[in-house]
Design a protein around this ligand. Structure first.
Ligand SMILES: Nc1ncnc2c1ncn2[C@@H]1O[C@H](COP(=O)(O)OP(=O)(O)OP(=O)(O)O)[C@@H](O)[C@H]1O
Ligand SMILES: [Mg+2]
Length: 515
């Protein structure tokens, strides 16, 4: 190349990072060894999005080449832009060193006309004569200020515990002109990465969400023009067949891992109490069409319908902001959640009034209350002060349900069964969110994942148990006549505590109520 051609080539690389990467950057491919970083179409799309937006958040599948893109983009910026600091945060020291090694390799392999002099090169830093520096750092123990730069890259953000603190410290510094590129494989929900990604999708923050799909990867599904690649794969021992990639991969990992790592599904961490595929199904059934009542504390999907009976199940909190009082109103005929109440600021007497009012509106609904210390208070308000009588009683005639370690498991089992069998229809995204983060711990306990709540689950499990119990003790023929078009909840479900009496009424009175 003569002087003029060198200049033209340099300018072209400066203006177009994709051109630079495809023609001059080298990477180590797992099978093919050192090769040109000839970007796949979906990888080109990632680079152009990163170019077009200041803040980007990428949801990636495994081995998509994203760390490599971050590395190549960093070296491109450091070469062609002066006085820039590119900070890359990885989870641990090994990852940050490995990433900088990739960048150093890219640098070493460049032709000399694209290579500014090296000012400093060590385990964590690469400084070029362009006065631009790449700092590759592990996430732990970093103060936000030392991580500030012109471009902040966070690799595998969902796996970095203190990323929210780092972001909070870095944001004020990069907010005035810096850029950010956050990338990660999905790692459960409720973490900073998940929330920021969801926020980007909902346009609630300044991030641009980038989504990629494993089927776009020519090494995972057959794409025209990559026959040379398929030949190399076939030549392996044992041969790798592009046609069977999905099947083979899925057979080697759990469904949950597949969904999370390749289909990029946000699922609960740990083992969720409700099985993953059921949770996904619940997620697709969330109904955002509701209206609010009581200062947004209650969401209503369906108003009372005179032909149905309803059940209200309530889990009571102290009402002092720590945890939440929650109740669901369930249509006993079709199992649909028609309303949901959720508040951490409602005193017991107010809650009692709301329940009495709503129970009255919903055709004198059956009210199921957890009988703990505060629950007794609520029962007292409802029964003695407000004189609401349709309260569930146990076999001893005591109002409310005593939740112990053992009975809690029975309640949860009822809920799990009704959800699995599609008997209960959950409309609320809030309830589904709690189910997504309700896990089985290593010691076998069922509880909300760290920082998550389970008040809607407690009340839902009470509702499920109540539904089981009431339907078992209710003559269904009677309701069938009333509802010819749709099938009622025909259930032969676990019955642990049969109802003997009911707000002072006998079983016969109950049948009369069920009309
Ligand atoms: N277009 C490409 N051409 C050749 N090799 C590529 C290409 N894209 C990625 N690779 C190679 O694929 C491998 C995976 O890339 P990389 O580690 O960047 O992916 P990742 O998305 O960060 O993966 P992980 O999920 O493991 O973090 C690397 O060896 C990389 O060099
Ligand atoms: Mg990676």
């Amino acid at each position: 190349m003569d002087q003029k051609e060198v200049f033209q080539e340099f300018t072209r690389c400066k203006e177009d990072p994709v051109y630079f990467m495809c023609n001059y950057v080298k990477v180590t491919h797992p099978i093919r060894g050192l090769v040109k970083f000839n970007l796949y179409p979906f990888q080109k799309r990632i680079v152009s999005e990163v170019q077009a937006h200041r803040f980007n958040i990428l949801r990636k599948f495994r081995q998509a080449g994203c760390t490599t893109i971050a590395a190549a983009y960093s070296i491109w910026m450091a070469i062609f832009q002066q006085h820039k600091t590119i900070v890359i945060i990885s989870k641990g020291d090994a990852e940050s060193t490995e990433l900088l090694d990739r960048i150093k390799l890219m640098y070493d392999e460049l032709p000399s006309f694209l290579k500014p002099g090296l000012v400093e090169s060590n385990k964590h830093t690469l400084k070029l004569a362009s006065h631009s520096t790449i700092k590759s750092r592990p996430s732990g123990k970093q103060s936000g200020r030392s991580l500030a730069g012109s471009l902040l890259i966070v690799d595998e953000a969902a796996f970095i515990d203190n990323i929210d603190t780092i972001w909070a410290a870095v944001y004020p510094i990069i907010s005035t002109g810096g850029r950010a590129f956050v990338l990660s494989t999905v790692n459960g929900i409720g973490n900073w990465y998940h929330e920021t990604y969801e926020g980007a999708i909902a346009k609630e923050n300044s991030f641009n969400a980038i989504d990629i799909n494993w089927e776009e990867h020519p090494e995972y599904a057959r794409h025209e023009g990559y026959e040379y690649l398929y030949d190399i794969m076939e030549a392996q021992d044992p041969p790798l067949s592009i046609e069977h990639w999905e099947e083979v991969t899925r057979s080697n990992i759990s469904l949950k891992k597949w969904k999370q790592e390749y289909e990029c599904a946000f699922l609960g961490t740990g083992e969720t109490f409700i099985e993953g595929s059921i949770l996904e199904n619940l997620h697709t059934q969330i109904n955002e069409e509701y209206y609010n009542k009581y200062n947004r504390r209650m969401r209503i999907w369906n108003d009372p319908d005179p032909q149905y009976d309803y059940l209200i199940a309530c889990d009571v909190a102290l009402g002092r902001e720590r945890d939440y009082s929650a109740f669901h109103i369930i249509n006993m005929y079709n199992g649909e959640q028609v309303a949901e109440f959720y508040s951490n600021k409602t005193p017991i007497n107010d809650l009692a009034e709301i329940i009495a009012k709503e129970a009255g509106l919903y055709n004198t609904a059956y009210v199921f209350i957890e009988r703990n210390t505060i629950g007794n208070n609520l029962i007292d308000w409802l029964f003695n002060v407000l004189e609401y009588e349709n309260l569930w009683t146990d076999e001893k005639g005591d109002i409310g349900y005593q939740v112990t370690m053992k009975t809690r498991e029975i309640l949860l089992a009822s809920m799990e069964e009704l959800i699995r069998r599609n008997v209960i229809k959950i409309n609320s995204g809030r309830t589904v969110q709690e189910l997504l983060t309700f896990i089985i711990t290593d010691t076998g306990r069922y509880e909300a994942d760290a920082g998550q709540h389970d008040d809607l689950i407690s009340s839902l499990s009470l509702a499920a148990f109540g539904l089981n119990n009431l339907i078992e003790t209710t003559p269904l023929e009677h309701t069938k006549i009333l509802h010819k078009e749709s099938k009622p909840l025909g259930m032969s479900l676990i019955k642990k505590y049969p109802i003997k009496s009911f707000g002072g009424m006998t079983q016969e009175d109950l049948r009369w109520l069920m009309k």
